[in-house]
Design a protein around this ligand. Structure first.
Ligand SMILES: [Zn+2]
Length: 313
C-alpha cells in the first residue's frame, strides 16, 4: 500500500484487532490477538502489534480501548472488561514511536468509522452500539463524536432492572447484564441444563455451552435458542426506546458478536422498540440497522482518528 498509513488498534474486552488504515478507511494486514490478561501486559502487547505493523509510510497511530478513556490525555481511567487503571497509552506510544497518537474509547472509534465509511455515512445524529462481551456505545452528535465531559456513551451501565443480575461494574441490573454476549452465554448454559439432549447441547458438542452455540440451532428453528435471542432482542429494543427518548437519533447502528444473529435479535428489538417509543406515530422513527464494518470497525476508526490528528495537529 502506498501513501500515508495509520495503524489502528482496537483493544476490546475479549480480543485485539489491528491493521494498517488508509485515509479513506481501507484496512489491510490484519492482526488479531487475545486481549492482554493483566495491567502490565496491557501496556506491552498492543505496542508489540504496532511495532510489527509500522513502516516508513506510517504517519500516526490510533488506539481504541474498551473502557473509560480520556481522549485528551490518552489515558484509560478504568474499564469493567479490561485489566488495569489509569494506563497512559498515549504518552507511552508517543515516546516509543515518535508519531502522533490518538486514543479513545473503542466504541467511539467504531462509531466514527460507521459514519465516515460505513452504514451511517451521511447521517448527523447516530447512536452506535456494540454488543460484545458487554455493551459499548458511541454517540455521533451533529456529525461528530459526542464525549460529554469525557466518558459519554457508556450505555451498557444504564440500570434497567434494579433488582436484577449483578454487573461487572458492581451495580445490579445494568442493561448489559440483559443484552450482551455474556448474557447469551448464560442463556445457552441454562438451555443445556434444561435440555441436555437438545439442539444447543449438540451444537456445543461437549464443550461448555456459550452464545455462539445458539446461532445454528436458532437458524434451524430450535425453540429454546430462538427464545434466547428473542429475550435479548426484547431488552435491546426497550433500551433503545429509552435512548431515543433522550437522544432522538436518526439511526441506531448495532454491531458486535450478538448482532451477527441479525434478524433473530433485531426483529424482536424493532417490535419492542416501536411498542416502547414515546410518541410513536407522531415522530420520525429512528431506524435500527446492523453494522456494516464487522470486527474491524474499531480498528478502522482508530486509524481514521490517527489520520485526522495528522491533518489537524
Ligand atoms: Zn454495569
Amino acid at each position: 500500500m502506498s501513501g500515508p498509513v495509520a495503524i489502528g488498534v482496537d483493544l476490546g474486552g475479549t480480543k485485539m484487532v489491528a491493521g494498517r488504515v488508509t485515509p479513506d478507511g481501507m484496512i489491510s494486514d490484519l492482526v488479531t490477538r487475545p486481549r492482554p490478561t493483566n495491567a502490565a501486559a496491557m501496556l506491552i502487547e498492543p505496542f508489540e502489534i504496532v511495532a510489527s505493523l509500522i513502516t516508513p509510510s506510517t504517519v500516526a497511530i490510533g488506539l481504541g480501548v474498551a473502557g473509560l478513556v480520556d481522549s485528551r490525555t490518552g489515558r484509560l481511567a478504568w474499564g469493567p472488561n479490561v485489566p488495569g487503571e489509569n494506563l497512559a497509552f498515549g504518552d507511552l506510544a508517543e515516546d516509543r514511536f515518535g508519531l502522533p497518537v490518538a486514543v479513545d474509547n473503542d466504541a467511539n472509534y467504531w462509531a466514527l468509522a460507521e459514519v465516515t465509511v460505513g452504514v451511517a455515512a451521511g447521517f448527523d445524529h447516530v447512536v452506535v452500539l456494540t454488543l460484545g462481551t458487554g455493551i459499548g456505545g458511541g454517540i455521533i452528535f451533529n456529525g461528530e463524536v459526542y464525549r460529554g465531559n469525557a466518558f459519554a456513551g457508556e450505555f451498557g451501565h444504564m440500570v434497567v432492572d434494579p433488582g436484577g443480575l449483578v454487573c461487572t461494574c458492581g451495580n445490579r441490573g445494568c442493561w448489559e447484564t440483559l443484552v450482551s454476549g455474556r448474557r447469551l452465554d448464560e442463556l445457552a448454559l441454562r438451555i443445556v441444563e434444561d435440555e441436555p439432549e437438545g439442539a444447543v447441547a449438540q451444537s456445543a458438542g461437549g464443550d461448555r455451552a456459550a452464545g455462539r452455540h445458539l446461532l445454528g440451532p436458532a437458524l434451524s428453528g430450535d425453540r429454546a435458542a430462538v427464545e434466547a435471542y428473542h429475550q435479548v432482542g426484547d431488552w435491546l429494543g426497550r433500551g433503545l426506546a429509552s435512548l431515543a427518548a433522550v437522544l432522538d437519533p436518526q439511526l441506531f447502528v448495532i454491531g458486535g458478536a450478538v448482532a451477527e444473529a441479525d434478524g433473530l435479535v433485531l426483529g424482536p428489538a424493532r417490535i419492542a422498540f416501536q411498542a416502547a417509543l414515546e410518541g410513536a406515530g407522531h415522530r420520525p422513527t429512528p431506524t435500527i440497522v446492523k453494522r456494516q464494518l464487522g470486527a474491524t470497525g474499531g480498528a478502522v476508526g482508530a486509524g481514521l482518528a490517527g489520520h485526522w490528528l495528522v491533518s489537524n495537529p
